[in-house]
Design a binder for this molecule. Structure first.
Ligand code: NDP
Ligand code: 2IT
Length: 450
């Protein structure tokens, strides 16, 4: 198991002590600290003024009650969160997740990852994350609207285009952003377009934001493949999830000639050896908000494996793109993928591979793109949406996508080059952690002890 440098070990121990019962947060911090030993060996000045300790402690954590009334007239109570982790690079920026599994440790791990991801984009955005344990599944539009309005009735006082700019994540898409933007506008009496991103195209949203995370991961993974003279063309690919990130990953991979044979949701996974019919998946998921298993019946081909009865990573593929949730790809899954000849793994989700899985990939020489680099296209395009809002402008799809493609190429190259510079060629985990860290550390030093 990779070790944390002796000088950094006390920081990790302190994080574990201070954040008891938050294993995902510990995991995210541990991975970054494992990489930073190489930095402080060259630059011991980064150990001064408790800079790394400060980076591991959120600037502000907000937890609040969200009361709302369901369609039966029953009052429901959820818990809302916003962790404003670091504003060294710009206003806090990061998504909102609505899922029953949400707790403060999950939001903290996501917020911590977001700091480095956002720094890697090269755009002026700090790191934050929020959400609620609200479960939108099976709820009517009216219930979702009332929940979003109540959530924003507390959150709005902590937001602002120069303060904190949320967007979507699991369970939060265009519908939810619309309800939240409407309530923010009503409460503040300000048409402050730059306060949320992922907005609808009719009220300040950016073209290509919906596609950005999946497209961006595809660009990143393609860039990794190209370092070995390979491409997606003709490669069998498996993409987990079937939400926003998964759908637009499948779309872009298919456009490069990749054959995507499997995807999933929390009920299980589908396999279609002929290549997935993406129009049908969009119809099931984006229009009907249905379950992925319906594909097999509607298409009349392929098969469905229920959750718990197998793993999507048993499906042989050359490229794997986990795009559902954290720790969905275990060491055992990774061993199976390696045995089946996987060549590249691009993480669309945040921290989908366990530490054992990452180790297995890297020891086998599989090109591994960590989420904080590979899925940064979503937040990067959110920053482009903020630019358009600030200049009261609107860019074409082509213009926005071209910026996204350049940003992903730059992120790939800076991870690749940083890994080489710090003696770990081909290790995108070390490259991403170190490149992201240095960008945040410099303004932190300039600002003094705050
Ligand atoms: P969506 O809500 O659109 O889709 C999530 C997908 O993952 C669904 O298919 C969902 O299945 C599945 N899923 C979620 N939780 C679980 C779980 N606990 N077990 C099994 N399956 C699960 O979310 P996104 O596509 O936006 O997000 C997917 C991942 O990408 C997340 O890790 C998110 O943090 C990350 N991400 C998202 C970005 C964005 O711009 N949206 C940007 C960067 C990263 P079901 O519907 O059955 O719950
Ligand atoms: O994890 C992520 O980067 C996101 N959910 C997108 C954040 C954003 O602000 O667009």
């Amino acid at each position: 198991m990779p070790q944390i440098d002796d000088k950094l070990a006390p920081i990790y121990e302190q994080v574990v002590r201070r954040n008891a019962g938050e294993p995902e947060f510990h995991q995210a911090v541990r991975e970054v600290l494992e990489s930073l030993g190489r930095v402080v060996a060259k630059r011991p000045d980064y150990l001064e003024d408790a800079l790394i300790e400060r980076l591991c402690e959120p600037e502000r954590q907000i937890i609040f009650r969200v009361p709302w009334t369901d369609d039966k007239g029953q009052v429901q109570i959820n818990r809302g969160f916003r962790v404003q982790f670091s504003s060294a690079m710009g206003p806090y920026k990061g998504g909102l997740r609505f899922h029953p599994s949400v707790n403060v440790g999950i939001i903290k791990f996501l917020g911590f990852e977001q700091i480095f991801k956002n720094a890697l984009t090269g755009l002026p955005i700090g790191g934050g994350k929020g959400g609620s344990d609200f479960d939108p599944k099976g709820r009517s539009d009216g219930e979702v609207m009332r929940f979003c309005q109540s959530f924003m009735t507390e959150l709005y006082r902590h937001l602002g285009e120069y303060t904190d700019v949320p967007a979507g994540d699991i369970g939060v898409g265009g519908r939810e952003i619309g309800y939240m933007f409407g309530q923010y506008k009503r409460l503040t009496n300000r048409y402050e377009a730059g306060v949320l991103t992922g907005k609808g195209l009719f009220y300040g949203g950016s073209l290509a934001r919906t596609e950005a995370t999946g497209y961006g991961n595809t660009y990143f993974t393609r860039a990794m493949l190209q370092t070995g003279g390979e491409d997606f063309d003709g490669k069998t690919t498996v993409v987990s999830g079937s939400g926003n990130v998964a759908i637009y990953t499948i779309e872009k991979v298919q456009s490069y000639g990749g054959k995507v044979v499997a995807c999933s949701d929390s009920s299980g996974y589908i396999v279609d050896e002929n290549g997935l019919d993406l129009d049908l998946i969009k119809e099931i998921k984006e229009v009907r908000r249905g379950r992925i298993g319906e594909y097999v019946r509607l298409k009349g081909q392929g098969y469905f494996v229920k959750s718990g009865e197998g793993s999507i990573w048993d499906v042989p593929c050359q490229v794997a793109m986990p795009s559902a949730t954290q720790n969905e790809l275990t060491g055992k899954d990774a061993a199976k993928l390696v045995k089946n000849g996987v060549q590249a793994v691009g993480e669309g989700a945040n921290m989908p591979s366990t530490p054992e899985a990452i180790r297995t990939f890297q020891q086998a020489g599989v090109k591994f793109g960590p989420g904080k680099a590979a899925n940064a296209g979503g937040v990067a395009t959110s920053a482009l949406e903020m630019q358009q809002n600030a200049s009261r402008d609107r860019w074409s799809f082509e213009q926005t996508e071209a910026r996204l493609a350049t940003i992903m190429r730059d992120i790939h190259d800076s991870c690749y080059e940083t890994a080489e510079e710090f003696g770990a060629p081909g290790d995108y985990v070390i490259g991403a952690n170190i490149a992201g860290f240095i960008r945040v550390a410099e303004p932190m030093r300039a600002f003094g002890v705050i």
